[in-house]
Structures are given as structure tokens and as C-alpha cells.
Design a protein around this ligand. Structure first.
Ligand code: CA
Length: 239
């Protein structure tokens, strides 16, 4: 998942970026509204953290322009304390959530997780595909209840696929959502990571759709289930 952080206070911007990278996001940072607007306009972000008080173009205007141009990525705004009118204006301009400065990084992380989850249509912090489970809160991945150790890049790729289950995801799309803009991108390396992921997971959940990309879906014969007791329900359509 790729995040754009638009914040003009250098220390805070660095701190947010470090926290998000640590949590497994690809992060781009902009320090004024013009650069931030441009990035949000041209790069596909899964979520945006937008400070309202920004140089060149203020955050509210940035948000209004995106929404006017049909950009619908989830946006969390950073507002000053005791400025309730900012929150109202932010929501009216198309914000999805806010945190008030100063804030705890844990709260920001939790709110971003919730935003990404809602956008992808998931209700819980645990994403499941067959026997593979990814906990978006802890970053833990298990297959058949065994913990799988993944590198940062492998985790980013699996997290993106888990959020877009049953959809065909091209290599270009994966590249755009798991690398930040400074990364020397090469979509061929995606193939290498996918190969390693398949090996580590040991289950056939990442399908190759020839000429199109990849699709994450439970192995054949395993019924996808959003309910509470997946193991019991599996018998329903047996045979
Ligand atoms: Ca500011």
C-alpha cells in the first residue's frame, strides 16, 4: 500500500514517513501544497495524509481540486487543535477522516488501516485467503497457522494482493503501489518477489493470469468464506 504524506513541518513529516515505512507502507512525502497536489494527481495512492496549513496551496484547496477532478483516494487530514471549523470544512471538501495535532503515531496508523480497509471493503484487520492470514495491525503473516517471515518488499506485495483479492492486478499496478517514487522501479523484479512469496507461503493462492498479471484467490476446492467458522462451512459444497 502506498501513502502520500503532505506536511510542511520537516520533523513531523520525517517522523510520519518513518513510522509508515516501518509499518510496511511505501511512502512519498511532499512539503507544500503544490507538490502534494501534483503527486496526488499523477501517482496512484492508496491513502493520503494531508496537513491543512501548507505553503503555496493550502490543504483544503488541494483536496477540493482532487475531488473536483474525480480523484477519490481516501484522504485523512491533519488539523490544528481546537479548530473544529477546520474539520467541518475538511469533510465538506471531501476528507474521509482526520486526526488532531499533536497526535500519537499509533492513532494515525490505526486510522489509516481503517481507511484502507473500508476502501477495499474489508470489515476486519485480518485479511484471509484460504489458509493464508495477514494481520494488518501486527504485520504478521501465517499460512496454516505457521508464521511466515517475509521481507519488507514481499510483505508490501502480499498486502496489496490481499486487499484486492479475486481481482486481476497487473505488474505495473503492483509496481506503482509497492514502491515509492524514488525507488528504481523494474517490474521484472515483481516476478522474482512473487516467486519467493509462492515458495514461502507454500500454498497456491497467487495465480498468474497470462498476459494480464496476478490474481490472489484461495486454492481450488477451498471455498472463500467471510464468516466466523470457515473450517466448518467448508463441508457445505463438498463433492
Ligand atoms: Ca502545516
Amino acid at each position: 500500500m502506498r501513502v502520500l504524506v503532505i506536511e510542511d513541518e520537516p520533523d513531523l513529516a520525517r517522523q510520519i514517513a518513518a513510522t509508515l515505512e516501518e509499518a510496511g507502507y511505501a511512502v512519498d512525502v511532499a512539503h507544500d501544497g503544490e507538490e502534494g497536489h501534483f503527486l496526488g494527481d499523477t501517482e496512484p495512492y492508496d491513502v493520503v495524509v494531508l496537513d491543512l496549513g501548507l505553503p503555496v496551496i493550502d490543504g483544503l484547496t488541494v483536496l477540493e481540486r482532487w475531488r473536483r477532478d474525480g480523484k477519490d483516494m481516501p484522504v485523512l487530514i491533519l488539523t490544528a487543535r481546537d479548530r473544529w471549523s477546520e474539520k467541518v470544512a475538511g469533510f465538506d471538501a471531501g476528507a474521509d477522516d482526520y486526526v488532531t495535532k499533536p497526535f500519537q503515531m499509533e492513532e494515525l496508523l490505526a486510522r489509516l488501516r481503517a481507511l484502507i480497509r473500508r476502501t477495499a471493503g474489508h470489515a476486519t484487520v485480518q485479511l484471509e485467503c484460504g489458509s493464508v492470514v495477514l494481520d494488518t495491525r501486527s504485520g504478521r503473516v501465517t499460512a496454516d497457522d505457521v508464521t511466515i517471515k517475509l521481507t519488507a518488499q514481499e510483505y508490501k506485495i502480499l498486502a496489496y494482493l490481499m486487499h484486492h483479492q479475486e481481482k486481476i492486478v497487473s505488474r505495473t499496478e503492483l509496481t506503482e503501489h509497492v514502491y515509492d517514487q524514488d525507488f528504481d522501479r523494474d517490474s521484472n523484479t515483481i516476478e522474482v518477489f512473487i516467486g519467493r512469496l509462492r515458495k514461502k507461503l507454500g500454498v497456491d493462492v497467487i495465480k498468474t493470469e497470462r498476459g494480464l498479471g496476478y490474481r490472489l484467490s484461495p486454492p481450488e476446492g477451498v471455498k472463500k468464506d467471510s464468516g466466523k467458522k470457515p473450517k466448518e462451512k467448508a463441508e457445505k459444497n463438498a463433492g
